[in-house]
Design a protein around this ligand. Structure first.
Ligand code: NDP
Ligand code: 2IT
Length: 461
């Protein structure tokens, strides 16, 4: 047998190309996924110098491997509405990277969900989960199903149909979904019930469960509380605290509600909330009673935030607007991606905003991020600032695996410890020559190294 044509070539060294060329390749491999390209570009810019100077990462092509999901599952979800009519949606689970633990990440039910949106979220989740210090890989899933205006029975039938396919792809040591936009305690209940019914097994296969059947204390609160804890850590680097400061919060769902609760507890003044229809501005500031009203409005009555201004006449409702023109010291974007434009960022800075902690995933456009960094704002990117939610999900997984329970104080202490450790990692890897901390670089590099090392150590897959 001739071996003339079988001599193996030397391992190709990745990164003979520029960042732009790398991004062109990502874009051509995954067309029409702008959010995914945006998330990848941000990480690639931060980690490029690390990869360029590390032969092992280059030879193992870790960066090229990380931007391709381990797998992305797309499935049909067919269900009957209350009139008995057939409805059809698309369901997805993107299993992005499990080098450091089972896939972990939420499910989003929203009409804007596409494969590209879930790939961006699953990609972010790799680094976020790595930052938590817990053994969790990156994943995300969901559907273009719109729960708005649907009855409980319709939501239940949709969740049952969704899980009738998803169940075969998940498991406590494989992939553990949780909530995200449009998926809260109600949906997790229906999804868990269906999993249990189909498999006959009571597994910790979802997090965000109710306390009565394996949920963790403080999981509903964790993302919002964690985002405020992260802001507090950032402010402490400048000798400041949240007490007495004015905050704008966007969104009025899970993350916005518990961000507001923690801010009020710590003595800040919260002056805005929003939903996809508009913003309410309350110059008197919110109170515990007003927040209870919002929780009842959004979680039980499933109403719109404009009703707040009808209930509390001192507040005004700005239809179609976001909160960023309202003067504040602190901003907590807690609704959705790309909700802060470059111009919004300039307005926030001009109005005196000194600190921004992202409860949402990628709420700032690249232009906005650049402006925050140029203005030396304390800017906490989502993958660091909102990691408290998945961190407590990780605690819920250990609780289920060990058949034990933790009390509220214990979970809160762990959450605070994890947010402090994420902050320290960001500072360590993001401090610049002039002592300014670039939390974007810090979070990306710290999150990346652990996953990249695991991929190298575990061989070429
Ligand atoms: P919810 O569904 O509880 O609330 C979402 C809020 O954001 C609602 O007020 C909703 O308004 C608003 N919103 C959703 N989509 C849009 C849009 N396209 N434009 C404007 N407003 C919008 O979701 P969560 O609070 O759980 O999630 C909020 C953000 O936090 C998301 O970015 C999510 O990925 C992120 N996050 C959530 C975590 C969690 O544990 N839940 C963990 C980490 C991050 P409307 O009612 O009009 O739709
Ligand atoms: O974006 C996120 O981190 C979440 N939606 C929470 C994921 C989780 O598994 O708790």
């Amino acid at each position: 047998m001739s071996n003339a044509t079988t001599t193996p070539s030397a391992p190709a060294l990745h990164l003979d190309e520029s960042i732009d060329e790398f991004m062109e390749r990502v874009a051509s491999q995954s067309p029409n996924e702008p959010e995914f390209h945006q998330a990848v570009h941000e990480v690639v810019k931060s980690v490029w110098p690390i990869v360029e100077s590390n032969d092992t990462y280059r030879e193992a092509r870790v960066l090229e491997r990380m931007v391709i999901p381990d797998r992305a599952i797309l499935f049909r979800v067919a269900w009957a509405d209350d009139d008995g009519c057939a409805q059809v949606n698309r369901g997805y689970r993107v299993q992005m990277n499990d080098a450091i633990g089972p896939y972990k990440g939420g499910l989003r039910f929203h009409p804007s969900v596409t494969l590209g949106v879930l790939k961006f979220l699953a990609f972010e989740q790799i680094f976020k989960n790595s930052l938590t210090t817990l053994p969790m890989g990156g994943g995300k899933g969901g559907s273009d199903f719109d729960p708005r205006g649907r009855s409980d029975a319709e939501v239940m039938r949709f969740c049952q149909a969704f899980m009738a396919e998803l169940y075969r792809h998940i498991g406590p040591d494989i992939d553990v979904p949780a909530g995200d936009i449009g998926v809260g305690g109600r949906e997790i209940g229906y999804l868990f019930g269906t999993y249990r019914k189909i498999t006959g097994q009571f597994h910790g296969v979802l997090t965000g469960k109710d306390l009565g059947w394996g949920g963790s204390r403080l999981r509903p609160e964790a993302t919002g509380y964690g985002s405020v804890y992260f802001a507090r850590e950032m402010l402490a680097t400048r000798g400041m605290d949240v007490e007495g400061l004015t905050a704008t919060v966007s969104g009025s769902g899970n993350v916005a509600q518990y961000t507001t609760e923690k801010l009020l507890e710590l003595g800040a003044k919260v002056v805005t909330l929003s939903d996809s229809s508009g913003t309410i501005v309350d110059p008197d500031g919110m109170t515990g009673e007003k927040l209870q009203y919002v929780m009842d409005l959004k979680n039980r009555r499933r109403g719109r935030i404009k009703e707040y201004a009808e209930e509390y006449p001192a507040a005004t409702y700005l239809p179609g607007e976001r909160p960023w023109s309202v003067p504040c010291d602190l901003a907590f974007p807690s609704a959705t991606q790309n909700e802060i434009s470059g111009d919004d960022a300039s307005t926030l800075i001009a109005n005196g905003c000194i600190c921004l902690s992202e409860g949402a995933n990628m709420p700032s456009t690249p232009e906005a991020v650049d402006r925050f960094l140029d203005a030396r704002v304390l800017y906490g990117p989502g993958k660091a600032a909102n990691a408290g939610g998945v961190a407590v999900s990780g605690l819920e997984m250990t609780q289920n695996a060990g058949c034990m329970r933790r009390g509220r104080d214990e979970v809160d202490q762990q959450l605070q410890r994890i947010m402090r450790s994420i902050h320290q990692n960001c500072v360590e890897f993001g401090r610049k020559d002039d002592d300014f901390v670039n939390y974007v670089d810090g979070a990306n590099v710290a999150g990346f190294i652990k996953v990249a090392d695991a991929m190298v150590q575990q061989g070429l897959w």
